[in-house]
Design a protein around this ligand. Structure first.
Ligand code: SF4
Ligand code: SF4
Length: 250
């Protein structure tokens, strides 16, 4: 199976976007989030993206229906993402390769167990899905800590499959999607995004996630993710970014 066949298969099974990173790109990633710790013989990290429907935000925008978002947000519909990712991984195994399906888990689960050897990470190793998506060429992290793709702006969530199948890699994304407009930060009633000038070298502005966990503007909790901020696309910050992309016809 080559990269083109793999991507076609994943899209046919229900993923909206597919990106491939060689395992070598994770060489400098800390052990407790490094996929090579989970599957040392992995050659490729395949990232699947699932879109959050545009229409799912309308009820929140109109102040009339929050349920349309949680019912349509794939991170809320976790079983759908899990099923697609599982069946995709199963197809890989049916074709003679080994595949580890991964969904987004709480970072709180890192370093809870005992390493099996001095040179191994303490379980659980939890990969950073957004960083993996970046390494797989799918997009970039916006300054509002919203991962952006050319296809959907901030409207997607990710899963991953580690495999010993060597595949042609996608180039790391080199475009610029975030124009640092600051609209995500301006829209936040809690001022949870610090748009400090001295933060220019950081990959995104600092985010006070404790505010996001109680944000009433349209967040939805992530399954299994006590240690993560909730999904913020439906919240004021995420919706401001969506609107900004649409105004720029991106
Ligand atoms: S709203 Fe503007 S600054 Fe914030 S992530 Fe989107 S493009 Fe970047
Ligand atoms: S989720 Fe709420 S509190 Fe957090 S940045 Fe967005 S609008 Fe602000």
């Amino acid at each position: 199976m080559n990269a083109e066949q793999i991507k076609k298969l994943a899209r046919e099974m229900g993923a909206d976007l597919v990106g491939i990173a060689p395992i070598e790109r994770f060489e400098n990633v800390p052990m407790n989030e490094n996929p090579a710790q989970i599957k040392p013989d992995a050659k490729s990290v395949i990232i699947l993206a699932f879109r959050i429907l545009r229409g799912a935000l309308r009820g929140i925008e109109n102040g009339s229906n929050w349920g349309s978002y949680t019912a349509s947000d794939p991170s809320g519909m976790c079983t759908y993402m899990q099923e697609v990712t599982y069946h995709f991984a199963r197809e890989l195994e049916d074709n003679g390769f080994e595949a580890v399906p991964l969904i987004r888990h709480s970072y709180d689960l890192r370093d809870k167990g005992v390493p099996v050897a001095p040179d191994r990470a303490a379980p659980d190793v939890i990969i950073d899905m957004e960083y993996a998506a970046y390494l797989a060429g799918l997009g970039e992290m916006g300054m509002g800590k919203l991962f952006l793709t050319p296809q959907f702006g901030p409207r997607q969530v990710f899963t991953a499959v580690l495999t010993d199948l060597e595949l042609e890699a996608d180039p790391v994304f080199e475009g610029t999607l975030c124009d640092k407009c600051g609209k995500c930060a301006e829209a936040c009633p809690a001022k949870a995004l610090d748009t400090c000038r001295s933060c220019g070298t950081l990959p995104h502005w600092p985010l006070r996630t404790e505010s996001c966990k109680i944000c009433p503007t349209g967040t939805s909790p992530r399954p299994y993710s006590l240690g993560l901020e909730p999904n913020r696309i439906g919240a004021a910050c995420g919706r401001a970014c969506v609107k900004h992309f649409e105004e720029r016809r991106k």
